[in-house]
Design a protein around this ligand. Sequence first.
Ligand SMILES: Cc1cc2nc3c(=O)[nH]c(=O)nc-3n(C[C@H](O)[C@H](O)[C@H](O)COP(=O)(O)OP(=O)(O)OC[C@H]3O[C@@H](n4cnc5c(N)ncnc54)[C@H](O)[C@@H]3O)c2cc1C
Length: 469
Amino acid sequence: MKKAALVLLVLCTAALCAGCPFRRAPAVRADRTVETDVVVVGGGAAGLAAAIEAVDNGAKVILVEKTAALGGTTLRAGGGIDAAESPVQKQQNVNYPASQYEEDVFRYGEEKANRELTAVLAKNSASAIEWLMSLGMPLVLADPARYPSRHRVPEGSFGVELIKLLASVAADKGVDVRTEERATEIIQDQKGAVTGVKTTGKDGKTTYFKAKATVIATGGFGADANLIERFAKDWAGIRTNLVAPSSTGDGIRMAEAIGADLTHMQYIQGFPTVTEKGATLRGLEPAGAILVNRSGERFVNETAKGVTVAAAMVRQEGKTAFLVMDAKFANQAAVNTARDQGVLLEAEALDELAGKMNVDAAKLKAAVEEYNRGQETGNDRFGRSTFPVRLEDAPWLAVQVFPAAYSTLGGLRVNQDAQVLKNARPISGLFAAGEVVGGIFGADKFGVSTTTAAIVFGRLAGRNAARAK
Ligand SMILES: Cc1cc2nc3c(=O)[nH]c(=O)nc-3n(C[C@H](O)[C@H](O)[C@H](O)COP(=O)(O)OP(=O)(O)OC[C@H]3O[C@@H](n4cnc5c(N)ncnc54)[C@H](O)[C@@H]3O)c2cc1C
């Protein structure tokens, strides 16, 4: 009797130690369990690419999406997708080698990127284009002389067309898409291998999607002020209305809870000139517009790269600035957008404009004079070197602008196989792709390469997830 009690005691003690063979994983508490080969979390470009690739590699796939519709921030990606050595580039004799693309991405990210991941991105970019075209996506080069890497759709928004296509291909191939199903937890067995996710549906019921492999593709955290404040303090207070409201970093939170490594969380690509109502104003600074702060003073080289200007704006009072222009800008597309939104200030004199902006009139005049002097001398204390026009004609124009999170560049640390790492070692059964992954770009994102990353790493994650036992 005593011996039996001793054996029981030994077994119970053993059962408490992590990793021991007698320890049982706590039962997953959920209203129901659904089994599949691969569960993909998130229905943007990365998640859909992963789901399609997993099906193509013989897996039964369920994709859970927390909102009522697929697409996420990908739907906003109007510009296009970067690649090197694609069939379109070859056909048009555009010589842009993958090694050059890798170098461009690395340099643009201030040489902070995980070079191995940048190399995966560049080397697989051509096959991403080939794959999209094979699924039926018409792609052309946007402006090969200026942007040799950039591909776009002949008509409409790239992101919208991409999601339409991938959603219909996924449906045709039998991906089981469950919308309004929010993943809340990554489930592990007693050895730490991931065995699926727990979700909550719109009826409040919980489901354990039990799978051989799980792909996290939940997008970035540009809509979550708390995560920005926590991880990227320099960017605290930037606007969160540029990305889709669904970009709240759920995958980062869930993976962090199981000890996954996070990387580059401090790096955010800020966009400098977003109106109060969320429109992105483009092209005005290179055409001669200046930026002044709430005191009416210039504070930055307005033509520096977006992330630099946005970072300078975050340091100004109220984390805001005004674009100031003269009559020559009155019919620019971005000015018309501001006018349509009711956020354009117009005045016959600079004094009057200063009054409308609520800034010091003398300082505003000095800022305009400084720019005009730069136009004459070619010198500027902030290093501005392009002064295409003189600012001198009424009516004077101003638009208040704010910096906003455009792409979050930090996230889960993955290896070249898209496996999520913990203490630099792969977590069995867990893959990640898209903006939830950190380290591909470094401190800034080159061109239109986040959709490239979503497709390249999405496919990689899907393929490897399908092969996981
Ligand atoms: C205005 C704007 C323009 C842009 N233009 C371009 C461009 O032209 N080219 C380019 O390369 N990049 C561009 N980008 C960036 C690009 O859109 C994104 O980086 C990319 O699309 C991210 O894809 P994703 O699949 O990782 O994430 P998303 O497309 O955001 O998809 C993530 C999905 O996961 C879902 N999800 C999140 N949490 C959960 C959860 N807990 N459970 C279930 N589902 C969840 C979300 O609802 C969403 O549908 C732009 C960004 C913005 C804001």
